[in-house]
Every structure is written in structure tokens, then in C-alpha cells.
Design a protein around this ligand. Sequence first.
Ligand code: HEC
Length: 210
Amino acid sequence: MKMYILAIVFISNLFAQVDYNTQIQTIFNANCTSCHMYGNASGGLTLTSYSGVMTNSNSGASVVPGDHANSLLWQKVNSGDMPQNNPDLNSDEVDLIAQWIDEGALEVQLSIIDETLPITYNLQNAYPNPFNPVTTLRYDLPEDALVNITIYDMMGRIVSNLVSSQQNAGYNSIQWDATNNTGQPVSAGLYLYTIQAGKFRQTKKMVLLK
Ligand code: HEC
């Protein structure tokens, strides 16, 4: 349980993470790169790309990941020393740079990597439900798995082996057009759909209206 809460706190922190390419590089492009281009003499510092920013300038590293106060880059924009000859960055931009450095000065957001994968297996409710003539079944796979999704009628007879394949982890979905294994439309009524993926198994109900 404690682990679970920790995981939620960790993930919600990640949501607020600054994205280097859309939030930080854009500040440099608008205010700094006219001078800090590759091969330029501006302190030996290139600000046209992430790798340039993280490469040592004449004074050494301009970014100390996790420590904005000791990062030359932040010191220069916070003091108004940079952009040289140009209007200072506004306080939101200075704070964003500080936050980005304190979060580890990463190029790719951890949240983007993490959010793409579900934490647990889950079979979601069919939507729409009741339905006619098509419904969508969504299911979450935290890891790659051999997935079987089977549709049964009220008597427990197999109507359709809708999915039977090895699938990648992620948020997946499949549509069911209310036909059986021979392609015939099935009659109105209650149907059960079961997902089996690894050791996970879950069954839900859906209703076909005619
Ligand atoms: C008009 C040209 C110009 C602009 C625009 C400019 N700089 Fe500079 N920058 C310089 C020059 C010249 C130096 C080297 C002399 C110095 O440190 O004052 C320098 C030095 C630096 C240094 C120190 C590098 C070292 O090794 O000492 C940092 C960090 C820096 N700039 C960051 C920035 C940032 C961030 C921006 C944009 C927000 C920016 N600069 C915009 C001209 C500019």
C-alpha cells in the first residue's frame, strides 16, 4: 500500500515536469542563440541544442543538474547579465529554467516515458454499452502479453474469439461488430467478454440492442 501511494506521488510530480524542447529550448531560441551559436565566441557556450547547452563553456559546465543556484546559466539570466544587450528574461522564464535544472536538466520528460505504460492490467467497460451495431473494448497491458479476448453468450458458449495474439504493453482497444466467428450477426441480448493476458483474467457484460 505504501509503495502504491509513493508511486502515485512520484507520477503526479512527473506531470508537472518541464519539457526541455518545448519550454526551455524555445527561450534560448528567442533570446540567446543570435549570439550563442555554434563556433561563436560568446563564452564558448552554444545554446542552439540540448547537447550544446550541456557541453562545457569557457567557465566549465553552465548547468549543474539538480542545483539551479550553482548553475552559471541560471545565475546569468537571474542577474540580468544575460541576454547581453537585450531585454532580461521575465521572472516566469527564469523560474522555468530553475525548475528544469532542479528536475535534473533532462532533455526528455520522464513523464512521457512513464505515462505511456499502464500500471496494472485492466479490462474497461465496453463503450458504448448498450450498443448497436459496434462497441469498443479497451484494455490496459502493463507488459507485453499473449492476449485472448473471447465473447460468450448467456449460455456460456463462445461467440467470438475476437483477439488471440501476442500484444505490446500499452492502452489497447478492439471493436466488436456483433458478429460471431463465422461472420454472422448475432441476436440482441446480453454478452460476456473476457480478457486473458498472462495470469490476468477479467470478465464484463455488454448488451446488444436491435
Ligand atoms: C548579444 C549577444 C548575447 C546574447 C543575446 C546572449 N549572450 Fe550570453 N554571452 C554573450 C557573451 C559575449 C558572453 C561572454 C562574455 C560574458 O560572459 O559576459 C556570454 C556568456 C554567457 C554565459 C557564460 C559562459 C561562460 O563560460 O562564461 C552564459 C551562461 C550565457 N552567456 C548565457 C546566455 C543565455 C542563457 C542567454 C539567453 C537568455 C544569453 N546568454 C544571451 C553574449 C550574449
